[in-house]
Every structure is written in C-alpha cells, then in structure tokens.
Unconditional design. Structure first.
Ligand code: URA
Length: 209
C-alpha cells in the first residue's frame, strides 16, 4: 500500500506551529496536543465502513448509518503516544486501548520492548497505532511488529511529525500500514531528533526537562 497522508487542515497546521515554538508552556503543549489529536482522529477515521441500522426517531422509523464492525483499537507507543490518546478517546469513547512500551537505546537508537498489553481479539479490529514522532522509525516498526505477532492485520499509523528517514524505514518494514501525519519535516539530526521538529515530545507534554 505504501501511503503517507499529510493532514493539512488549517486548524491542525496552526496548532502544530504553536506546539513547535520552544516557549510554549507544558500546559499549553498538552492542551494543544489533546485538541490536535481530536482533529487527526477525525481525519484518520473519515473512510471507516458504515452499515445501516433501523432506528426510531420521535417522528419516524428510518434506516440510519452507523459504524460497521468491531470497536477500534488505539495503540499507544509509550510514553508520548499517551498524549494523543485523550483527544482521540474524546471522539471515539468506545475504542479499546493497547499500550506498547519500547524505549530507544540512546547509543544504538534501537527499540527495546518492556511492556505490551492489547485486547485479545485485536485481529478483528482496525488498530490505529499512535506516536507523536516518527523519527528513526525504530520504536514504531518494533511496536507494529509486536501487534502483528498478536494477530493485528488492519493497521494505520498516526503521528504528528515524521522525518523522511523514518517514513522510509517504516514503509520498508510495514508497507501494508499507511502513515498519517501532520507534517513531514526536513531530516533527523545526529542524535535522532526531528529537525525542525518540536523537541522531545514526551518531555514537552510532561514537563520532564
Ligand atoms: N522523539 C521525540 O520526542 N522527538 C524527536 O525529535 C525524535 C524522537
């Protein structure tokens, strides 16, 4: 499939610009992340399958559209992925949630797994894997691999920012998983940070730096 969709909605782009600013406060960053993730969730779900259901309004009996199939799964790559969850759950409150813990070894930039919890029947659901930053792609690639090992077959990957290097690596590993992002930035620096980026997403949302 091999697709990358850049979500260019003006509200997404405006909020992203404020998030990038180094002087945006932790509280501001967190609030914007929640808002932007709602908008990203709206875009990533715009082609979901629908089915018709018979309902009764106070005035008439009609056939009306509802989402088809089992509830979605939002799979958060810890810890920064959690920042995208809240806004997405505001929009799809019945979604199931998976958590995947992989950390980046700062020397090798490789992903090491330390936590995995997902719904049992993940194979029958659309799984939206979320991480704000697609940098080297190592954590995202490893997380999608873990989800596939547990049976996930239908996945989409959602991030705020992507580096061209991360997109290339991710697509080589998982050509079947389309990527959705608010921006494709210039490049990765020697420390694996996205440039111009927004810094360390986890640190910015939790105020840990
Ligand atoms: N993770 C981040 O939080 N920021 C980057 O720029 C790269 C990876």
């Amino acid at each position: 499939m091999d697709t990358v969709t850049v979500i260019k909605h003006p509200l997404v782009q405006h909020k992203l610009t404020i998030m990038r600013k180094k002087d945006t406060s932790t509280a501001g960053f967190r609030r914007l992340l929640r808002e932007i993730s709602t908008l990203l969730c709206y875009e990533i779900t715009r082609d979901l399958d629908m089915t018709m259901e018979t309902i009764e309004t106070p005035l008439a009996r009609i056939e009306a559209p509802v989402l088809e199939g089992k509830k979605l799964v939002f799979a958060s790559i810890l810890r920064a992925g959690n920042g995208l969850l809240e806004g997405m759950l505001d929009l799809v409150p019945s979604a199931r949630v998976a958590h995947i813990g992989v950390y980046r070894d700062h020397e090798t930039l490789e992903a090491i797994e330390y936590y995995f919890k997902a719904p049992e029947d993940i194979g029958n659901r659309l799984v939206v894997v979320v991480d704000p930053m697609l940098a080297t792609g190592n954590s995202s690639i490893a997380s999608v691999e873990k989800l596939k090992e547990r049976g996930a077959r239908n996945m989409r990957f959602l991030c705020l920012l992507a580096a061209p290097e991360g997109i290339k690596n991710f697509q080589a590993a998982h050509p079947d998983v389309p990527i959705f992002t608010a921006s494709i930035d210039s490049h990765l620096n020697e420390k694996g940070y996205i440039v111009p980026g927004l810094g360390d997403a986890g640190d910015r949302m939790y105020g840990t730096k």
